[in-house]
Design a protein around this ligand. Structure first.
Ligand SMILES: *Cc1c(COP(=O)(O)O)cnc(C)c1O
Length: 372
C-alpha cells in the first residue's frame, strides 16, 4: 500500500484549540448557548462581506436551510432540478411536499442544462432549483430569464460554492435564495451548519420565523415553523475558521496545480475543476476528474478500486444519481433515457483527495496510481 494511513477526499480545517476554548469561555460566561446569541449575530454580519451577500441567515445545517428556503418562497407543486447532486437537494423538495422534476445536465459544467429547462415547465411548476456543482456556477443569467418569462422563483444549492465570485459578484446574490452548507467536509464549516443568502430583505422576517417554530412573540406563533437554529458553539467555531480560509484556499490552489501538472497530459483523464481567472474566483472545495474508459483503458470503477487498494479513498460524487435512488426512480422525469448526460457523467466522475495538508509528495503518490 502506498499510504499507511487512509487518505480521504476531505479533511476538515480546525482552529487553534486554545483560541477555540478562549472563545468558548465567552459563551460560558454569558450562559447564552443558542436563540440568536452574539456569536451568531457576529458570524452573520461577517459572512455578509465574505460572501458579498445582501442578507445572510444562519441555520443548524444546509438541508434544513434549503427546506426553509422552499417554505419562505411558498413553493409547491413541481420544481425543476438536477439529478446530479447530493441527495439532500432532492430530499429538501420532497420534505416540503414538492415533486422534483429532473432536468438533464450540461456535459461541460455538470450543472442543470438551461436549454432543457423550458420544455419541463408545466402549470404546476413554481421554481427552478439549480446546484453549483463542484463550485462551478450554473448558467445564472439564462436561468433567470427563463424564470422571469414564466413567473418562477429561482433557488440555488451553493453548498459547494463558498467564496465563489463571478465578475466580483458573490455567487449567493443570484436567484431569489441561495443555500450554503457548513458541514465539516465543506471548505468553510461550523461542524454542522448552513446559511441562506438573499437579496430581498422583505423575506428575512419570514425566514427567521420559519427557523424558530414560527414564534413571533411570547404569545404569538404565526406559522408552522421548524427548529433550524445555529447554536453559539457552532458560530464560535465558524468565527475562528473564517480567519483560516485564505491560507487553506492558497494551500488547496497549490494542491490543485500539482494535480493539474501531472494529470493534464494523462490520456483519457479530463480535469473538471476550474482554476481562477481575472473575473472568476473558484471554490477550492473539490478536485474532480472524469475517466473516459475507452481512452484511459480502465473504467472509473476500476480506477476507484485501484486507488482504494493503496488506501486512497476517492469518492464517486455523484453516483448514484438522485433520479436512480429508490425513493425517486418512479418519477416520470427519472427515466434514464431522458437524462443521458447525467447518467453518463455519474458513471465516469471521480473526486480525488483535496485539502491543504496534502503535500506535493502525497499528490504525486496519488497520481502515480492514476498515471500508468
Ligand atoms: C453538503 C451538501 C448538502 C447538505 O448540507 P448539510 O449541511 O450537510 O445538510 C446539500 N447539497 C449539496 C450539494 C451538498 O454537497
Amino acid at each position: 500500500m502506498l499510504f499507511s494511513q487512509p487518505i480521504f477526499v476531505a479533511k476538515p480545517i480546525l482552529p487553534d484549540l486554545l483560541e477555540f476554548t478562549n472563545s468558548l469561555s465567552e459563551v460560558w460566561a454569558s450562559h447564552k448557548l443558542t436563540n440568536s446569541g452574539p456569536k451568531l449575530k457576529q458570524l452573520e454580519f461577517r459572512l455578509q462581506s465574505v460572501l458579498k451577500a445582501n442578507n445572510v441567515s444562519l441555520f443548524n445545517n444546509g438541508t434544513i436551510a434549503l427546506m426553509i428556503a422552499c417554505k419562505a418562497l411558498k413553493l409547491q407543486g413541481e420544481v425543476i432540478t438536477t439529478p446530479f447532486t447530493f441527495p439532500a437537494t432532492t430530499h429538501a423538495l420532497a420534505w416540503c411536499g414538492i415533486t422534483p422534476v429532473f432536468c438533464d445536465i450540461d456535459s461541460a459544467t455538470l450543472n442543470i442544462d438551461s436549454s432543457k429547462i423550458e420544455s419541463l415547465i408545466t402549470t404546476k411548476t413554481t421554481a427552478i432549483l439549480g446546484v453549483h456543482v463542484f463550485g462551478i456556477p450554473c448558467a445564472v443569467n439564462t436561468i433567470q430569464e427563463i424564470a422571469d418569462r414564466h413567473g418562477l422563483k429561482v433557488i440555488y444549492d451553493a453548498a459547494h460554492a463558498f467564496g465563489v465570485e463571478m465578475g466580483g459578484q458573490g455567487i449567493g446574490t443570484f436567484g431569489d435564495v441561495s443555500m450554503f452548507s457548513f458541514h465539516a467536509t465543506k471548505l468553510f464549516h461550523t461542524a454542522e451548519g448552513g446559511a441562506l443568502t438573499f437579496n430581498d430583505a422583505a423575506i428575512k422576517e419570514r425566514i427567521g420565523l420559519l427557523r424558530n417554530f414560527g414564534i413571533k412573540s411570547e404569545e404569538e406563533v404565526v406559522l408552522a415553523g421548524i427548529n433550524g437554529k445555529m447554536n453559539e458553539i457552532q458560530a464560535a467555531l465558524g468565527l475562528l475558521l473564517l480567519d483560516c480560509i485564505t491560507t487553506e484556499k492558497e494551500q488547496r490552489q497549490r494542491v490543485g496545480r500539482c494535480y493539474r501538472e501531472i494529470l493534464r497530459s494523462c490520456e483519457g483523464i479530463t480535469i473538471v475543476t476550474v482554476f481562477p481567472t481575472a473575473d472568476f474566483e473558484p471554490s477550492s472545495q473539490y478536485f474532480v476528474i472524469r475517466v473516459d474508459a475507452d481512452k484511459y483503458g480502465m473504467s472509473r470503477d476500476q480506477l476507484f478500486v485501484r486507488l482504494r487498494n493503496e488506501n486512497i479513498y476517492a469518492r464517486k460524487y455523484f453516483y448514484p444519481l438522485c433520479s436512480n435512488l429508490d425513493c425517486y426512480r418512479d418519477l416520470p422525469s427519472s427515466v434514464p433515457y431522458l437524462l443521458p448526460v447525467a447518467n453518463r457523467v455519474a458513471d465516469d466522475v471521480l473526486v480525488l483527495p483535496f485539502y491543504g495538508e496534502l503535500t506535493d509528495i502525497d499528490v504525486r503518490k496519488i497520481c502515480s496510481v492514476i498515471v500508468k
